[in-house]
Design a protein around this ligand. Structure first.
Ligand SMILES: [Zn+2]
Length: 452
């Protein structure tokens, strides 16, 4: 399901034996080989395939194997962490309490933990080479306001709670991977940062990830974002979006005695009607949404203000710029129309402006990137298949800056994201956790125990 054009998917290519003998020139490859050697092989024994060189992998294999075993035996522990974290409310911009709990959990795993000024929690696992870092991140925030009942309920194999999957699953996996590596004493070649970041949802506008990428940019080799549950896909393409607010203001007045004065709501309506007739291409897929409209004080007053919030998305950022221009022109025309039709212009005119209230840049991971190769190897090792997707996640930020990044689910099944009926089913979560671990170590590399 990788898409024939995007990834050559020859079995032999990711098979431990053959891959390890291709070239042992880099630490990265050695690490991937070692990790794969640690995995129970499925039906991929290729007759006559050369065996992995023992000296390079055996020592490493013991630790990685032990980490994978920890995952198999401790999925209940990970689920308990998930429930505990999900029950602590954490709307965007109010993540503090949950952040403190995650910081304590990461600290228990031997990481050196600190919080930045935005509230991002960062746990550092120092690698043999500290010149490059790999960031494993899960967002802390939810879309649910304070006061939402976040108590988890069990229903058969399911756990029900708002935020349990998005992003309780990602946060629990972040802590679980740190624990598996700690218990198994896995030492990475390159430093790994375990981050629980703020501000992913809604008008959080990816502020947490922006700050992390800014802080580590010079050393940042790759970013793996854990978001939600499903492991049937990998987000490698960042969907660009822009959120704008139109604000029209005027003098306001009485509906009867001041009739004929320019009316901001009329102007917004005139502009909006023009805008919704704008043509958008189906390829690259481009969308717009008039999401919120507000203004006025009462039914018998000419309002002094009207606001309209618009969301624009496209597979191609040039289309977003084109739509923004269209919105600007339509609103200017709407205001002009209203002024032209006003019977009484003696007591003021309309003003208007367009505010940018959110922007998520687009980007795309190179098909031959080391990160995608590591994920493909992990999928192969755990017997998973993933399709490439375009989506709007924390990975937008690094991808837009040309830094390798993916967003993946953390295992198990979930549904009803962003609703009060959200649910999670832990069954099979170990597959997702192993997929994360193998991908992470495939990028960071592992230091063999003997050479420490
Ligand atoms: Zn999420």
């Amino acid at each position: 399901m990788w898409g024939d054009a995007s990834m050559p998917r020859s079995r032999a290519r990711f098979f431990p034996g053959s891959m390890c003998n291709l070239s042992i020139g880099t630490v990265k490859r050695v690490a991937v080989c070692a990790i794969l050697s640690a995995m129970p092989l499925r039906s991929t024994v290729v007759p006559g395939a050369p065996k992995a060189p023992r000296s390079a992998s055996t020592a490493e294999t013991a630790q990685v194997k032990s980490a994978l075993k920890w995952i198999d035996e401790n999925t209940d522990w990970v689920t308990d962490v998930q429930v505990r974290l999900t029950e602590i409310p954490a709307p965007s911009l109010q993540e503090e309490k949950r952040a403190v709990e995650v910081a304590a959990l990461l600290s228990d795993q031997g990481l050196s933990v600190h919080q930045d000024r935005l509230g991002n929690v960062i746990g550092e696992l120092r690698g043999a080479n500290d010149q490059e870092v790999v960031l494993l991140a899960a967002h802390l925030d939810t879309v649910f306001p304070i006061g939402t009942n976040s108590k988890a309920k069990r229903d058969g194999g399911r756990i029900l709670a708002p935020g349990i999957s998005d992003n309780g699953t990602g946060l629990a996996a972040l802590v679980g991977i740190a624990r598996a590596m700690h218990v198994a004493k896995v030492k990475p070649q390159e430093t790994i940062l375990f981050a629980a970041n703020v501000g992913e949802e809604g008008e959080g506008n990816l502020r947490g990830m922006r700050a992390l990428v800014e802080a580590y940019r010079a050393r940042l080799k790759a970013v793996i974002v854990l978001d939600g549950s499903g492991i049937d896909h990998v987000t490698t393409r960042a969907l660009a979006s822009r959120r704008l607010e139109v604000v029209v203001t005027g003098p306001g007045g009485h509906s009867w005695s001041d009739f004929g004065m320019p009316n901001p709501i009329n102007a917004v309506v005139r502009g909006a009607v023009r805008f919704i007739n704008t043509k958008v291409p189906s390829s690259p897929r481009t969308t717009f949404n008039l999401g919120q409209i507000e203004g006025g004080t009462s039914v018998n007053s000419i309002p002094h203000e009207a606001r309209l919030k618009v969301d624009l998305r496209s597979e191609n950022e040039e289309e977003i710029a084109r739509m923004e221009n269209a919105l600007r022109e339509c609103m200017a025309a709407g205001v002009r129309d209203e002024m032209d039709h006003a019977r009484d212009r003696s007591r003021g005119s309309l003003d208007w402006k367009l505010n940018l209230i959110g922007s998520r840049p687009g980007g795309e991971l190179a098909k031959d990137s080391a990160l995608l190769t590591a994920l493909a190897a992990a999928d192969e090792a755990v017997g998973n298949q993933s399709r490439v997707e375009r989506s709007s996640t924390d990975a937008n930020i690094p991808l837009s800056m040309g830094i390798d990044a993916i967003a993946i689910g953390a295992g198990g099944n979930g549904g009803g994201a962003h609703s009060l009926q959200e649910w999670y089913e832990p069954k099979g979560r170990e597959v997702g956790l192993k997929r994360i671990l193998i991908t992470l170590l495939g990028v960071s590399g592992v230091v063999p125990e003997k050479t420490r």
